[in-house]
Structure formats: C-alpha cells, structure tokens
Design a protein. Sequence first.
Length: 152
Amino acid sequence: MRSSQSASFRSGKCAILGAMEHNDSGSHSNREKWAGRILSGLAILALSIDAAGKLIVPELMIANSPPLGLPADPAFHRMLGVVLAVCTALYAWPRTAVLGAILLTGYLGGAVSAHLRVGSPLASFTLVGIYIGVVVWFGLWLRDPRVRALLV
C-alpha cells in the first residue's frame, strides 16, 4: 500500500475517501470509465426527456399515459417532472451522483409499483423502471471508484 494511502487511513479517513484519492488504479481502465459515462449519459437522456415532457406538455403526457390511477392534473405531472429533473440533475453531477442514483431508484420503484398495481404489461411497461435503474447503477459503478469500493 502506498504511504500516502496508508497515512490517509491512519488519519481516520474511510475506504471510500481513500478510493476517491487514488482513482487511477490499474484495475479500472479508461474504457470502463467511458462505458460508464456512456451508460450514464443514456440514462440521463431518457430521464431528462421524460422530465421535460412532464414539465412542458403535461396534458400530452396525461393523454398518452396508461391509466395508472394518478391524478389527471397537469400540476401533479409538473410536480413529478420537477422531482425527476432534480433527481436526474443530482445523478448527472459527479459529486452528488450516488445521492441521485439512490433518489432515482426510489422514483423508478414508484413507477414499477404503479404499473404492477394496474396490471400493465410486464416487459414493455412495468419493468422499464428496473431496466433504467440497472443502467443507472451499472453506469455509476463503471465510472465512480467510490461505488466500486463499496461493492467489491
């Protein structure tokens, strides 16, 4: 172990901070970082489009959504758009990406729950939240050494 790394552990820093300080380990290649950035970018794009739709044209979102038992009120859909936009922005910003991923997991879990409750088709509607959640977390795992340090 490097002397600076062992000194940081002796000074009371946790393993996560140690991983952040030395993120150029040989086990994490540039290819993995870029794959993580691309996957994260795809998730951010999809979530941003959904949030923008809820914010800009909530009436269109209401008209084209399956009946989930949610209020057909544009203000309600705008509020969902704000929540999704904030969670996505937190995920997009590297310093708050873990918090954003946790919040997005909760948001997407609510979407899965709503679809399960009304019996939406499993693969095409209900599990979309799971698919996006997997992309969010796998992209974060590839691009963030703190997440890898927790899961390896």
